[in-house]
Design a binder for this molecule. Structure first.
Ligand code: DON
Length: 474
């Protein structure tokens, strides 16, 4: 998502399901979801989109040639870089998945000791092809041959036809004002619609008066999250394939109706909300950049799990995603992030799985660019961004404080609030007294953000959290 020269645009490079995919492809003979097939097999890989998306953004909006912007990445891959403790730890954590694939094992295991140099010669060669030929260097030619060969040998579905057919899209960002500030974010299949619903439901609450991380603020936030995730689970999917009622879901009438469902004193349990819905009728990376010319960009990209399904394309030096698990494998059955989604997000050929990724830009009331933010964290992405925005815009924290403050998350199912370390014991007690289940959860999200300062210049904030994998057991 980016603005430059007064126009804002979103690049949708979400992966697509291969042409041979089907709604029931992850169900075992017992009719239940085979979680391993959905996350660790070549069937879990959707047609990759990052190369097409980044190349499209460079072609349309880049000031420098592709080969020049890719040169530092190629150099790092070819000459290597010293492994940080964080990278060493994260490879060790992913070792069971990487171990299962001989190519990944030879590339990444045993996990390098921090300080040793990690060289990726095959990756450098793949990147050089893209630098020379653009996206054709990935979707056709030797890289495509190797990827399709691995699919054919290992029971995957992606064909040359799927790779050739992949297109990234330029789309119009979703826009809504929050307290006089235009907020622009990613439309479906991205997570921005849910983010704007949350801002819309919460706008009239005087959260500044009830205070940051008090039970009186967290209760309406958690209830709003459950209501917005109910809409997400039931109604959202790839708008190119299913009708997504974007305008209705963001209309003041709908948001007012949702807000009225919030009991100020009591948590509404998930089953009660779910019943009402039926009668109505449904290792990610984020970076934020500001430049001197008023350009602002927010980019979120992912393989789904850290290191995707752990399977690498032989000879090409890169891992494959397991984004197919973001689809609904079986209505009502939880995916790796605990999301229980509906048929709008069922698997279909060429369809994009619903995502929570929601790169977001905020403007000053006079229209000048102000903030770029976004986050990894699976289903927790949307609520992470919500809290960064509320902390900065409502509670008046500076950007570093807004990003660092402890966060909560709720997504209707499981029917509980996940709270990071740092929630005060009395907030927790008060929330429990209102009927909320509260679980202390690991760190959620990593909302690297940037703010354009009123007097000129910009201030970047790195989220101090370590990026975490899926919330729920793989
Ligand atoms: O698109 C989505 O919603 C997920 N594939 C994002 C996964 C993610 O953020 C994992 N990172 N922690």
């Amino acid at each position: 998502l980016a603005i430059g020269g007064g126009t804002a645009v979103a690049v949708n490079f979400r992966e697509t399901a291969p042409a041979a995919a089907s709604a029931t492809m992850f169900l075992g003979p017992d009719g239940q979801v085979d979680r391993s097939r959905a996350t660790r097999s070549l069937l879990s890989t959707a047609v990759p989109g990052s190369v097409a998306g980044l190349a499209l953004a460079q072609r349309c909006y880049g000031r420098l040639p592709l080969a020049q912007v890719m040169a530092p990445a190629i150099r790092l891959a070819a000459q290597g870089f010293p492994v940080s403790r964080e990278l060493g730890d994260s490879l060790a954590a992913a070792a069971p998945r990487l171990q299962a694939d001989p190519v990944s094992r030879s590339l990444f295991l045993p996990p390098p000791v921090p300080g040793t140099v990690l060289r990726q010669g095959e990756l450098a060669a793949s990147l050089r092809r893209i630098a020379a030929e653009g996206e054709r260097g990935f979707y056709t030619g030797p890289v495509a041959d190797a990827l399709v060969g691995a699919m054919e040998r290992g029971g995957g579905l992606i064909t040359h036809g799927d790779l050739r057919a992949y297109r990234a899209q330029l789309v119009r960002p979703l826009r809504r004002e929050f307290r006089g500030h235009p907020v622009l974010t990613m439309p479906p299949p991205g997570g921005g619609l849910t983010l704007l619903q949350l801002l819309g439901i919460l706008e009239p609450f005087d959260l500044a008066a009830t205070g940051l991380n008090s039970a009186a603020s967290l209760h309406p936030m958690a209830e709003a999250m459950n209501l917005a995730y109910r809409d997400r689970n039931a109604l959202l999917g790839d708008p190119d394939q299913v009708p997504v009622p974007v305008e209705r879901l963001l209309s003041p009438a709908h948001l007012d109706r949702l807000r009225r469902r919030i009991d100020p004193q009591r948590h509404t349990p998930a089953p009660a909300l779910e019943a009402a819905a039926a009668t109505e009728g449904t290792n990610t990376t984020h970076l934020s950049v500001a430049d001197r010319q008023g350009g602002l960009a927010a980019l979120t990209t992912t393989l789904n799990f850290p290191y995707g399904n752990g399977i690498s394309v032989p000879g090409m030096g890169f891992l494959l995603n397991n984004e197919m698990d973001d689809f609904t494998a079986l209505p009502g059955s939880a995916n790796a992030f605990g999301l229980r989604q509906g048929t709008a997000n069922a698997i279909a050929p060429g369809k994009r799985p619903l995502s929570s990724m929601a790169p977001t830009l905020v403007f000053r009331p006079d229209g000048r660019p102000w903030l770029a933010t976004g986050s990894p964290g699976g289903s927790r992405i949307i609520t992470t961004i919500l809290q960064v925005l509320l902390n900065r815009m409502v509670h008046g924290l500076n950007l570093a404080g807004a990003v660092a403050a402890p966060r909560i998350h709720s997504q209707l199912w499981p029917d509980r609030i996940d709270a990071e370390e740092g929630l005060s014991p009395d907030s927790r007690r008060l929330l429990e007294a209102m009927g909320h289940g509260v679980r202390q959860a690991p760190a959620m999200g990593a909302a690297n953000s940037v703010e354009v300062l009123a007097g000129g210049g910009s201030l970047g904030t790195v989220d101090p959290r370590r990026a975490e994998g899926p919330a729920v057991a793989e």
